[in-house]
Ligand binder design. Structure first.
Ligand SMILES: [Zn+2]
Length: 57
């Protein structure tokens, strides 16, 4: 289940307010600037820094 387009358009990184990249077909959202991955649970993006996963880009 992916994020509905209307909600997806409103999303920005909570840290830098930059644009997010869809990953794994919308199963997670990546901020390339912060190297943080935000989970999407049941189609609901979890835009919390303490839930974000650090990634190596
Ligand atoms: Zn960011």
């Amino acid at each position: 289940m992916t994020v509905p387009a209307a909600i997806r358009e409103l999303l920005a990184c909570p840290r830098c307010h930059g644009q997010l990249t869809d990953e794994r077909g919308g199963e997670s959202l990546l901020c390339p600037a912060c190297a943080l991955r935000f989970p999407v649970r049941d189609g609901i993006p979890v835009m919390l820094l303490d839930q974000a996963e650090r990634v190596i880009i």
